[in-house]
Design a protein around this ligand. Structure first.
Ligand code: NAG
Ligand code: NAG
Ligand code: NAG
Ligand code: CU
Length: 642
């Protein structure tokens, strides 16, 4: 018999049975997504200052039905958004409430409970109490950061995250990341840009901290695996058997059943609501920490405003946005007609020649619901002027170059043929305020690596022809003690090797896969390439590539850290330190390049490696520029294609 009470029970029970609400840790299911997009809580500076505390602790984080224990900033994913202006002071107290931990091995995942903060992309001092990433804030410790933003800091989209070597991947993947936005002065923006930007039109800004914070089923580099390696006691429950008859951990790590999402501000596939014709400013951070994003919004228009917090000279429309892990993009987005659209990421065969086999996340990230009255808005056609430390260096005289250097990537986790040693092992030093010309090369046959430089952005000058070397993985995986060697493009062993080289264990010749050779002649608008003249602080270096960049080592003395922003690679040693010395004090670096062999070279008789070798030698000294060297550098093939 139906009583009023049982009808009521039914009314309440029915919606529960038909939605994801019925799922919990004991009854896992796929995520539904679909909540309205929400901005992360923002704190804004006033009168040139912002004082904040971020506390790192273990928190219960609930994502739809899944509850996990994560290390977080102030209890949530992501941390609070900081809004600042050029010249501001950010007094940031970092409280580490975590407990003791075992001693771990150098260049392996370790120290889950030690942390620090890196202000990724700011032009700021790399010394204490600012952006010194070798500072360890250990369990139970508190540190008072005092970040003094440069008077001329360019306005843009930046972020902050944990950067302790050994736990960088683990903590960022756990959700320890937040947005850091430097706002433009209203008066510096065009009417169209001001119409989609704070301070007057904050409702048009869509800040998005994107991250794969649900990364269980991604194999050996996934969060779940690293949790195991690093000894996190807060792994998924292995004691509860789920309704599927397996443990939650087994369910989630299964490629078929496991959930995965590239989250937006800690939300799974949220819905962004816009009106037809409305333009919004998407401020996107790829907090990764290991996948690249190749974003598209089929049916809508995209105008690129900035990459990595630096405006492009003139906004341009493009049907994709490529953001390597660690990178950012500001893009103006407009959907002309009512309907439902998807912001999705995925590889695309068109772009493969530039990306090789680099990991690109595949899936829907957010939905855009376009509804309501039509609006008439115009895309910005101009961007604010850049500060002088971001001057255009494309046409500087050779005699103005204050130093040259080569940074060679691969195999992971090697950078310039060594793994990370220590904070004061400067592989190269240069005078502050000089113009630097560096070449980034990637010896991997198949995989690109996103290289990040601290303290300053660099300008992309050219994609050069690649003469070798390539790294050959001989006898299994690559790592300390594993056999690998450098070969030329014909597969012959290079005479320039590395300090872990064991001649007995490698083949004298191998077959080289040159599928991804030829970035210099590639004239297409492909995701894996930055447009020449643009600035980046993270640049994907495609497989078998040589990219020339320049920057002014302006204002700051101290360590300029370089590392692969696939944070798994960084934690395992794909990081090194260069040093900006007081004017006139740069000297020959006290250490030889890897065991006497110079990165970027293969055979000492080839012309191109000769140049690189000489470039390194010259760059090691103070502001060298001599005639024959600069002539040789000019002969390096560099074809400008935009
Ligand atoms: C880290 O800190 C948490 C919170 O105090 C503690 O439970 C855990 O045992 C500590 N050690 C490790 C290795 O996680
Ligand atoms: C692949 O990228 C090209 C160029 O950006 C684009 O024209 C094409 O539509 C894309 N294909 C898919 C399936 O997204
Ligand atoms: C850093 O590493 C270099 C090169 O291995 C070594 O010579 C130097 O002593 C090390 N410094 C410290 C402080 O450990
Ligand atoms: Cu890498």
């Amino acid at each position: 018999m139906w009583t009023a009470a049982s009808v009521l029970v039914l009314l309440f029970a029915l919606p529960l049975l038909t939605t994801a609400q019925q799922c919990d840790n004991a009854n896992p299911c796929q995520f539904t997504g679909g909540d309205a997009y929400t901005k992360t809580a923002e704190v804004t500076s006033s009168n040139g200052a912002l004082t904040q505390t971020v506390t790192v602790d273990i928190s219960d984080v609930t994502i739809e039905w899944l509850t996990t224990k994560r290390r977080t900033y102030n209890g949530g994913i992501p941390g609070p958004t900081f809004r600042l202006k050029a010249g501001d002071n950010l007094a940031l107290t970092l409280v580490n409430n975590l407990g003791p931990q075992p001693v771990g091995e150098h260049n392996e995942y370790r120290d889950p409970n030690s942390t620090n903060i890196h202000t990724h992309g700011l032009h700021i001092s790399p010394m204490e109490p600012q952006d010194y990433v070798f500072l360890e804030v250990g369990p139970g410790e508190t540190y008072n950061y005092n970040f003094q933003l440069n008077e001329n800091q360019n306005a843009g989209t930046f972020w902050y995250h944990g950067h302790h070597h050994g736990s960088a991947f683990f903590q960022v993947a756990s959700g320890m990341a937040g947005l850091l936005i430097v706002e433009d002065e209203w008066s510096s923006m065009s009417a169209e840009l001001a119409a989609i930007s704070c301070p007057t039109n904050c409702d048009k800004e869509v800040p998005m901290l994107l991250g794969k914070f649900l990364d269980y089923n991604g194999g050996e580099d996934s969060f779940a695996e690293v949790q195991n390696d690093i000894g996190d006691p807060f792994r998924l429950d292995d004691t509860v058997t789920t309704s599927e008859g397996v443990t939650l951990s087994a369910y989630l790590t299964d490629q078929q059943t496991g959930v995965s999402a590239y989250m937006v501000n800690g939300q799974v596939r949220p819905v962004i609501t816009m009106q037809p014709g409305e333009i919004r400013r998407f401020r996107m951070v790829n907090a990764g920490p290991r996948d690249q994003l190749l974003l598209t919004i089929t049916g809508c228009e995209i105008t690129i405003l900035a990459y990595d917090g630096v405006y492009v000279d003139t906004p341009y429309s493009q049907d994709f946005i490529f953001i390597p892990t660690g990178g950012r993009s500001d893009a103006a987005v407009r959907c002309a007609t009512a309907g439902t659209y998807e912001l999705r990421s995925g590889n695309n065969v068109t772009h493969v020649p530039s990306l090789g086999e680099t990991d690109v996340y595949g899936g829907v990230i957010a939905t855009i619901e376009v509804t309501g009255a039509a609006m008439s808005m115009s895309f910005p056609t101009a961007t604010p002027a850049k500060p002088s430390y971001l001057d255009d260096l494309r046409t500087v005289e050779d005699s103005a170059i204050g130093g040259r250097y080569v940074v060679e990537l691969g195999p992971d986790p090697y950078l310039n043929r060594e793994r990370f040693t220590n904070a004061t092992y400067y592989r190269y030093n240069f005078d502050v305020d000089t113009i630097q010309e560096w070449i980034f090369t990637n010896t991997d046959e198949d995989d690109g690596h996103p290289l990040h430089l601290h303290v300053t952005h660099f300008q992309v000058i050219s994609y050069n022809s690649y003469p070798g070397p390539i790294n050959g993985e001989v006898g299994g995986g690559v790592g300390a003690g594993d056999a690998f060697a450098y070969y030329d493009l014909n597969g012959n062993l290079c005479d320039q090797q590395h300090k872990d080289f064991y001649p007995d264990t490698v083949n004298p010749s191998i077959t080289v896969d040159t599928t991804y050779l030829g970035h210099d002649t590639n004239d297409r608008n492909l995701a894996g390439y930055a447009r020449l003249g643009e600035f980046r602080d993270v640049l994907l270096i495609p497989p078998l590539a040589s990219v020339k960049v320049r920057f002014i080592a302006a204002d700051y003395i101290g360590p300029y850290v370089l590392h692969c922003h696939i944070l798994n690679h960084e934690d395992q040693g794909m990081m090194m330190v260069t040093y900006s010395a007081p004017a006139g004090q740069a000297s020959q670096s006290p250490w030889e390049s890897s065991g006497g062999h110079n990165p970027g070279t293969c055979s000492s008789t080839d012309v191109y490696p000769d140049i690189l070798q000489n470039t390194i030698a010259a760059g090691n000294k103070h502001a060298v520029s001599n005639g024959w060297l600069t002539t040789l550098v000019l002969t390096v093939a560099s074809i400008n294609f935009f």
